[in-house]
Ligand binder design. Structure first.
Ligand code: SF4
Length: 247
């Protein structure tokens, strides 16, 4: 068998296994190329084998194992820790930022510096605790000097985030800042145009789509606190969607 086809088939089988699908059959008349696999039946199969679906914790652990001691993009060179993500694997609400900063790189956890403190306050204002939500970034290694991740870096690391989203299946995702919004939505627009409405995203393997709202990155709010009122409007929109009330 062609080595590339063999690699693609192995990748596809592993993907199905992560979804909890272990039984395969061969078409009687021909053997389809990998590209013939329509992604549609994945969801159908998932719904019919729901009882076989691994736990979200297992799916997240497999994703973390797949990342391993990753050197897939240049960002690995300057990192201390891979920052995978943290929080409730069954959270209804997920926050996605751009990438780790110095504090996050040092501790291996997302949003633990000053911006993280502000994010904690924002979550608290919604009547939730940090442990109630899930927090992750588009890239899992710190870009040097806290620069914006290059498109290639986001595209290399981003599929791990999409798998995390498919595993957690949050009802609502808040993209914090333009980089996260652009990656998740595939849209290149201004923050003012992106904010104020819900989008839907459905990563491969997700049983249901998640709603997505765009808001400001807490680091930006630290630089321009006047925008906090606008960010609060975004969070109130999310609270209405989730039926949350301030305590
Ligand atoms: Fe790997 Fe992501 Fe780190 Fe790049 S940013 S080295 S893809 S874990």
């Amino acid at each position: 068998m062609d080595p590339e086809l063999q690699r693609q088939l192995a990748e596809r089988v592993r993907f199905y296994r992560e979804l909890g699908i272990y039984d395969f059959y061969r078409r009687p008349l021909d053997i389809p190329a990998v590209s013939d696999f329509d992604p549609g039946p994945i969801t159908d199969a998932l719904s019919t084998t729901q009882e076989q679906r691994p736990t979200t914790e297992t799916l997240l652990r497999v994703i973390r194992e797949d990342i391993g001691d990753c050197t897939r993009c240049a960002l690995h060179r300057g990192r201390t820790h891979i920052v995978f993500g943290t929080g409730d694997p069954h959270a209804d609400l997920m926050f996605v930022g751009e990438g780790p900063g110095a504090d996050e790189d040092a501790q291996g956890l997302p949003f633990v510096g000053r911006a993280g403190q502000l994010l904690n306050n924002m979550i608290g204002a919604m009547g939730l605790k940090r442990e109630d939500v899930y927090i992750a970034n588009v890239v899992k290694c710190r870009p040097p000097g806290n620069r914006t991740p290059e498109r290639e870096e986001s595209e290399t690391c981003g599929p791990f985030l999409m798998r995390q989203i498919a595993a957690i299946q949050p009802k609502v995702i808040v993209a914090l800042g333009a980089t996260a919004a652009k990656f998740l939505l595939g849209l290149n627009d201004s923050m003012s145009n992106l904010r104020g409405r819900f989008y839907e995203i459905s990563p491969p393997g997700a049983a249901a789509p998640s709603k997505l709202a765009v808001s400001y990155h807490p680091a930006y709010l630290l630089r321009d606190p006047r925008q906090k009122a606008e960010a609060w409007k975004d969070l109130q929109m999310v609270m209405r969607e989730l039926g949350l009330k301030r305590k």
